[in-house]
Design a protein around this ligand. Structure first.
Ligand SMILES: C[S@@+](CC[C@H](N)C(=O)[O-])C[C@H]1O[C@@H](n2cnc3c(N)ncnc32)[C@H](O)[C@@H]1O
Length: 353
């Protein structure tokens, strides 16, 4: 079948020479024909099933997988007005390809519509296609143009998906290995394709697809929730601002500490350095004496004010001691880094702000 049958005569004249601006394309086609004779025999001798496409010439020939299959002599071009007896994998399909389609594919092959996804409304679907038009169930593209996008497969992926679903993974591989990224399509869809292969009719494929979509939706939701709770954990107690004192803190600072030798741990399980403990001890002394000694009482309230004003030792949410001893020693401040909640060094400018 000659190329360019779906174009106007003007397009045909110019494209016969330049072949979509790609001069060597005719050379490729001729070469293919010289190797094995007619296009029909090219298809049958190079591939175990008939492959066909209606090419609407919308795409960049260098990126177009259908055109590459054509250059390789693997696919036959169909004219508008011509129908195809095998499975037509098409956006115009009414139900999905299923394993029950195997016989149709084996005896009559598979076809695609080579066109732009953005220009589907220009395609005269009533003048192409055939009795066995099929959609593809949910699968993810691996081609460089639409990598990672579901549903929008290119022509070679669509043909390969059709073959894999009807149980011809071998044919899918044969086609895809002509593309550097091709086998990645089978890899990223491996699990799902094996689910589809175990189905029978269109209904069971539809069901398998819906269950899969539900499953990945749930997984994505769970991942988001997990990521959120991990973030919260990394931030420490989000309900407590640094420097806030609540009842628990006060208890910790005022409780009597009978046994000095015990190692103490903060909420994150880090050892509390001695100077914090010493302040706690001092606090205890202030507390126990405050009724008796006005000066101490004043000192005590000064100490609490210091604590409340967050002048005691401070810890970031990872339990690291933040050195803020307020010596106003410029050189020390220069040398001592201060960390934010994630443990990153905060510049002095940020601290001052
Ligand atoms: C729109 S064209 C884009 C072709 C692309 N330019 C290329 O390089 O191959 C892709 C064709 O593959 C088939 N196809 C891809 N994904 C499909 C799906 N989810 N359902 C049905 N057919 C699909 C259709 O024949 C469709 O027209």
């Amino acid at each position: 079948m000659a190329k360019g049958k779906n174009k106007t005569s003007e397009e045909r004249t110019s494209k016969a020479r330049t072949s979509n601006g790609h001069k060597s394309k005719q050379h490729h086609i001729r070469k293919g024909r010289q190797e094995v004779g007619s296009t029909a025999s090219v298809t049958s001798s190079k591939f175990p099933a008939k492959l066909a496409m209606w090419d609407f010439d919308h795409c960049d020939p260098k990126r177009c997988s259908g055109k590459k299959l054509e250059r390789l002599g693997l696919i036959k071009n169909l004219r508008v007005g011509q129908k195809f007896a095998g499975v037509v994998v098409s956006p115009n399909g009414k139900g999905p390809v299923c394993p029950d389609d195997r016989e149709i594919v084996e005896s009559n092959g598979a076809a695609v519509v080579e066109c732009s996804w953005a220009r589907l409304d220009e395609i005269p679907f009533n003048k192409i296609g055939g009795k066995n038009e099929r959609l593809l169930p949910y699968l993810v593209a691996a081609n460089p143009v639409n990598y990672g996008r579901p549903w929008k497969l290119n022509c070679v992926e669509a043909l390969a998906a059709c073959f894999a679903i009807v149980g011809h993974l071998d044919w899918a591989e044969m086609l895809l290995e002509n593309f550097s990224w091709g086998l990645a399509f089978l890899k990223i869809n491996e699990e799902l394709l094996s689910v589809y292969q175990q189905c029978t009719d269109a209904e069971s494929i539809q069901k398998a697809q819906d269950e899969w979509l539900e499953k990945i939706e749930k997984e994505s939701k769970d991942r988001k929730e997990q990521a959120h709770s991990e973030d919260v954990w990394m931030m420490g107690n989000v309900n407590r601002k640094e420097g806030d004192l609540d009842e628990e803190d006060e208890e910790e600072y005022t409780a009597s500490e009978d046994d000095d030798s015990d190692v103490e741990y903060d909420n994150l399980g880090n050892v509390i350095p001695k100077d914090k403990k010493a302040k706690s001890q001092a606090n205890k002394e202030y507390s126990s004496d405050e009724d008796d000694d006005t000066t101490d009482s004043e000192d005590s309230s000064a100490y609490f004010q210091d604590l409340i004003a967050d002048k005691g030792p401070k810890y970031d949410s990872l339990g690291n001691l933040i050195d803020e001893d307020g010596d106003d020693d410029a050189s020390e401040q220069e040398d001592e880094p201060v960390y934010d909640k994630l443990g990153n060094i905060i510049s002095k400018l940020e601290i001052n702000n």
